[in-house]
Design a protein around this ligand. Structure first.
Ligand SMILES: [Zn+2]
Length: 732
């Protein structure tokens, strides 16, 4: 039977791959750095040591203080001021820095009103309560709580509670005979991207949507609230975009092309990423006033949140919401800073957004302050005589909070250059909200991240960041990030977990759309003030990173990785691990098939991944054979472009079924979640729709991608063999 044959095949491939990992990317000894010739390692170690001695906590602190000195939402003058300041900082460090501007269709709230109209009248829509010890929280310039990309509108309707508003929650509600049709749905934050909650409410014909912060998820139920602790006070509001980035991120009017002044724009009515029902975020105290009045069924325990009464489904109460949004073409200011290397055709890119909902101390400016220290240190090395081997590009994106605007437009504008020059993209977003390291990456770069963190000291424990990371992931972590992303436990092989890339930050256009190998990382901790006025300097200084030590450690980690990618002879991509991972995911889908017909449809993809595994094996052997050789720059450049370019082979020219902007056949944000990655998303989508014709289409697109990758790895093996015998005739 096929089924049995596949199980055996899978086990053989796994075994082969495990022993190969050590030959391709893995370092030979404890003290080695993958990708470096033995005679260059000491110099690299010295360079990194010099680099890591430069980032400084006092500088990170004063930079963060400056960055958070006023609210700086995208589309405002304050966002331009931050961009100009960043550009000037980079120029003072010796970078070529410029501001790149786009114009995107972006809203600002003109009027946001919420009232309870039944059973009694009560004005709601309360804003965040100032904290006496923290003067920033009384700043009148803070934008009111609003959902970016909600339409304007006015609705009065009874309310229905839908827990987190996930597909399962709607199914559960339906089984109780309760519908949101024509009602205002109220859902809590958590378990997925808020734009997915809005899309599901729209699909279930709700007339309006309220999204609230339940104290159980990021407030008093987790611990002390600000100013006593890091969690969300009951008046805290999580602002945020509900743009359907699950369809495509970036400017809603210019999908797949850059939002330049000359771009052809859609009419807003045609833009698929724009939501259609009035939506607003509210705090726990307003939610309590509404939820306490609901009738209907008492909910099951998993639907009960942290408010002090028994939750009911509704319908009940009645709410009036009125939203007036001011939609305009608004400017975005990306900062692009380059440190030119000996080769300007090879780019190592780092990025973080600079726009914030209000002050944005953790999200995103802890990352911004860290990147500035990385840049200052790199600039200092250049002044001391170092010349980067490749060009290091450091980017600060605008409009991330509205839906990855600045990064998406820049990637769309520069996609040809990126696909021929970019070797890796390293992202950080909420750079530091605590001491716990976490990373996501394309599977080929997991080991490179682990290796770098072994050489960086963790301030709290005095051991390595890697050891601290292994300690805190030795057991399953609870989601304390406030972003709905969960920490992972140590994986089955006993390695620190590096999860796959979903969406929710600026790596998405690079990875999902352009096929650039990407990493996302930061340090996490108890963080309940996400997207509220309380995410400010006071919070960081009291809870997130009081000594600014982790912003320094993040600067060291980003820079160490950047230096390794910059200086490596052969980039440390680990394809055997990547292919093993893919093989597992495709086999999982195959084994879950209940119909022979579907198994037959997926058979060619399994054959292709077996072929790909063989190609990865041969490439790794060929690369290992030249790892000690001195090769000329142009040959190395060819090999490295080829290594990074394997990722692009996984892109489907027409994209994923139903989400054509997303081109990566192996990973995309899950369509019912939006943050987490789903493997082989086109195949999953076809199964979800129970559509055999679509499954055949997605399976053949996946098979073609796997075979392209196999051919690229074969080409790479050939390049490596030629490099090993430079005088031998090329070819066969
Ligand atoms: Zn962010």
């Amino acid at each position: 039977m096929k089924h049995t044959r596949r199980r055996i095949a899978r086990n053989i491939l796994c075994g082969a791959a495990i022993c190969l990992i050590t030959t391709l990317a893995g370092a030979q000894g404890q003290n080695d750095i993958s990708g470096f010739r033995p005679d260059r390692m000491a110099a690299e170690r010295l360079l990194e040591k010099q680099f890591r001695s430069i980032p400084d906590a006092a500088r990170a602190e004063s930079d963060l203080r400056h960055l958070t000195s006023e609210p700086h939402m995208a589309g405002t003058d304050a966002s331009r001021r931050v961009a100009e300041w960043l550009r000037d900082q980079y120029r003072s460090f010796g970078f070529d820095a410029e501001i790149v501007t786009y114009n995107a269709w972006m809203p600002q709230p003109r009027e946001v009103k919420l009232e309870l109209t039944k059973p009694t009248f009560r004005a709601l829509g309360s804003q965040e309560k100032p904290i006496a010890a923290d003067k920033d929280t009384s700043d009148k310039r803070a934008v009111v709580g609003f959902s970016a990309y909600s339409p304007s509108g006015e609705v009065t309707a009874p309310v229905v509670y839908v827990n987190y508003g996930t597909p399962d929650d709607y199914r559960q509600l339906e089984s109780m005979g309760v519908s949101v049709e024509g009602k205002i749905a109220i859902v809590r934050y958590g378990k997925g991207y808020r734009g997915v909650k809005a899309q599901l409410a729209e699909e279930h014909k709700a007339a309006g949507l309220l999204i609230y912060s339940d104290p159980q998820d990021d407030g008093a139920g987790m611990g002390d609230t600000d100013p006593q602790g890091p969690w969300r006070p009951t008046s805290g509001i999580q602002r945020g975009s509900i743009l359907y980035i699950q369809d495509y991120p970036g400017d809603p009017l210019t999908p797949s092309v850059a939002a330049t002044s000359v771009a052809k724009r859609l009419n807003p009515a045609e833009a698929q990423s724009l939501p259609h029902i009035p939506t607003m975020p509210i705090n726990a105290q307003d939610a309590a006033a509404i939820l306490a009045e609901l009738g209907g069924h008492t909910v099951q325990p998993s639907w009960q949140g942290g408010l002090s009464f028994a939750y009911r489904t509704g319908p009940g109460a009645e709410v009036h919401m009125k939203l007036q949004m001011d939609y305009q073409q608004r400017p975005l200011y990306d900062v692009i800073a380059k440190l030119r290397g000996a080769s300007d055709d090879e780019w190592i890119i780092l990025g973080n957004h600079h726009d914030a909902w209000v002050f944005g101390a953790a999200d995103p400016n802890s990352g911004t302050a860290s990147m500035l220290e990385t840049a200052r240190a790199l600039g200092q090395l250049v002044r001391q005589g170092w010349k980067p081997r490749r060009t290091i590009v450091m980017c600060h994106w605008d409009g991330e909070e509205f839906g990855l605007m600045g990064s998406t437009e820049w990637v769309e504008e520069n996609i040809a250059d990126l696909q021929s020059k970019a070797l890796v993209y390293i992202n950080t977003d909420v750079g530091v909200s605590g001491p716990d390291f976490a990373a996501s990456a394309t599977p080929s770069l997991r080991e490179a991240i682990r290796e770098a963190t072994r050489d960086i000291e963790d301030p709290n424990t005095g051991r390595s960041v890697y050891d601290a990371w292994a300690d805190h992931t030795g057991h399953a972590m609870r989601d304390t990030s406030g972003t709905g992303r969960t920490g992972d436990a140590m994986d089955a092989s006993g390695k620190t977990p590096v999860s796959t890339l979903g969406s929710g930050s600026d790596f998405s256009p690079f990875y999902d759309h352009a096929g650039i190998p990407s990493i996302d990382m930061g340090f996490q901790g108890p963080y309940g003030v996400y997207h509220s006025v309380y995410d400010d300097f006071y919070w960081m200084n009291n809870f997130g990173d009081p000594a600014f030590a982790y912003q320094v450690v993040l600067a060291r980690t980003l820079g160490t990785l950047a230096l390794r990618f910059d200086e490596a002879d052969i980039l440390p991509f680990d394809y055997p691990t990547y292919i093993t991972e893919i093989e597992h995911r495709i086999t999982d889908v195959f084994e879950a098939c209940t119909r022979q017909e579907d198994q037959d449809t997926l058979e060619p993809a399994l054959d292709a991944v077996a072929k790909l595994s063989g190609s990865a094996h041969r490439a790794s052997v060929a690369l290992a054979a030249i790892s000690n050789s001195v090769l000329d720059q142009s040959r190395l450049a060819q090999i490295n472009h080829s290594l990074a370019g394997v990722e692009q082979a996984f892109l489907a020219p027409d994209g994923i079924l139903g989400h054509p902007w997303y081109k990566h056949t192996l990973y995309a944000p899950a369509s019912d979640d939006g943050y987490h990655a789903e493997a082989v998303p086109g195949i999953r989508e076809a199964f979800d729709h129970n559509d055999s014709a679509a499954l055949r289409g997605e399976a053949s697109s996946l098979t073609a991608a796997l075979l392209r990758a196999s051919a690229r790895l074969d080409g790479l093996a050939e390049l490596a063999r030629e490099a090993a015998e430079p005088d031998a005739p090329s070819g066969h």
